[in-house]
Design a protein around this ligand. Structure first.
Ligand code: FAD
Length: 383
């Protein structure tokens, strides 16, 4: 047992259980920052500092389990928009605004809180004798998985060109030749914004592809040509059920199933997972880590991903239809894994029927698929 851990005792006088957490990213530091909620467990973070991550934005909707994040949030939008070539849909919510948080701000905040709570961060497991090891290192992506990949620029414009009240979560008015493609646009002020070109596809594209899409979008849809790139962010998030990095260690965060396969969102789910861990923590027992997604959600995500994979051209129809059938609160709750049966029913009825039914069939002939493609696209557009 580490010296540090043995110095810490629960009220009963029993030593706290020493737990090592591999990695010092979102999940590990969010957990360490909340170690006061684990009165009988003592965390040590193991970070060799060999895999530093660049700064990026975490986007999520404000939810009751994220109240502790509010003080660090960079900006919130009560209005957000989804745009396809034919439709523009605006949603709003007073209680569940869309929030943006800088990775580095959050990790710095968590490191400070963890330090104040007596958590140590060391380079290796040497000389430690933890009773449990939690692994937050990135999981394995199954070969051939659908990927969400993106390049984004945080820019400052020399003119007041942006409307900072509305975040654009998906704008499909861009080149769809390489997979599902949309622009994600977060205006921080009239002059500062994050603009990202995001694709869902099984293979990555060259940097030039995203770059052209961003520049074209800024010039043609936002009238912005005079700007400076302040920061870049790149990412590849697998949209699939992921294998734990090491089957012998308990995973947390992305490695503990926190990434929602259908959206790539994970920040909110990581905080949920930690809540659940603290609620179930028992003195003298190892911590239990559960997926923050229900089996039902994962099953529905699989169906959705099958449809998107086989018919990527339906994506703008699906997402705009979702925004048309749900109000802002419902939309935020749905994407945050807080859906009631009513929301699920609305979601199911918002989907183009045939592609979803068809995706449930085990055998599909090419001819039948082609026939359904044309028919379902028409049906989807008429919903
Ligand atoms: C660019 C980007 C943008 C994203 N945007 C959003 C978003 O807007 N909203 C959202 O909800 N989710 C988003 N995600 C998805 C998800 O929230 C993040 O991936 C999140 O960081 C996952 O947290 P984690 O702790 O599981 O992994 P990480 O934060 O990646 O932490 C993993 C840790 O493991 C360490 N590590 C890696 N390899 C080793 C090794 N071999 N040995 C030891 N340590 C190692 C790393 O240094 C890191 O500290 C984004 C992901 C990326 C990459």
């Amino acid at each position: 047992m580490s010296g540090k851990a043995s110095d810490n005792r629960v009220n009963s006088g029993q030593a706290k259980m020493p737990i090592a957490v591999l990695g010092a990213g979102c999940a590990a530091l969010s957990l360490a920052a909340r170690s006061n909620a684990f009165s009988s467990h003592q965390f040590t973070i193991i970070d060799p500092e060999t895999h530093a991550s660049d700064d990026h934005i975490w986007g999520f909707w404000a939810m009751p389990w994220l109240d502790h994040v509010t003080s660090v949030t960079r900006k919130t939008w009560h209005n957000w928009r989804i745009i396809s070539p034919d439709l523009m849909l605006d949603l709003s919510s007073k209680t569940h605004p869309y929030c943006a948080l800088n990775r580095h701000d959050w990790l710095t905040h968590c490191r400070q809180r963890a330090k104040d709570a007596g958590v140590t961060i060391v380079h290796s497991l040497d000389h430690l004798n933890p009773k449990q090891i939690l692994d937050s290192r990135p999981p394995k992506s199954p070969p051939g998985a659908l990927l969400q990949h993106f390049l984004g620029y945080e820019i400052t414009s020399n003119h007041d060109v942006f409307s900072p009240d509305t975040a654009i979560l998906m704008d499909f008015r861009c080149d769809q030749s390489r997979g599902v493609h949309f622009i994600y646009f977060l205006p921080f002020t009239q002059r500062r914004a994050l603009v990202e070109s995001t694709l869902f596809s099984t293979s990555l594209v060259s940097e030039d592809f995203y770059d052209k899409a961003i520049k074209h979008y800024l010039a043609n849809h936002l009238g912005c040509t005079d700007y400076t790139i302040r920061r870049r962010e790149r990412g590849v998030i697998p949209m699939a059920r992921l294998q734990q990095r090491d089957p012998d260690l308990i995973g947390i965060g992305a490695n503990g199933g926190a990434i929602r396969p259908s959206s790539g969102y994970a920040f909110s789910f990581i905080q949920k997972q930690i809540d659940e861990m603290s609620n179930n923590a028992k003195p003298g027992k190892p911590l239990q880590v559960k997926s923050p997604h229900s089996r039902f959600e994962l099953m529905m995500d699989q169906i959705f991903l099958r449809v998107i994979r086989s018919q990527p051209t339906l994506a703008p129809v699906i997402f705009t239809s979702l925004a048309r059938h749900l109000n802002g609160d419902e939309f935020a709750c749905f994407l945050s894994g807080k859906s009631s049966m009513k929301i699920w029913l609305k979601v199911v009825f918002a989907m183009p029927t045939w592609p979803f039914l068809f995706s449930l069939l085990p055998h599909k002939t090419k001819k039948y698929r082609e026939k359904q493609n044309t028919r379902d696209q028409n049906l989807g557009q008429n919903k």
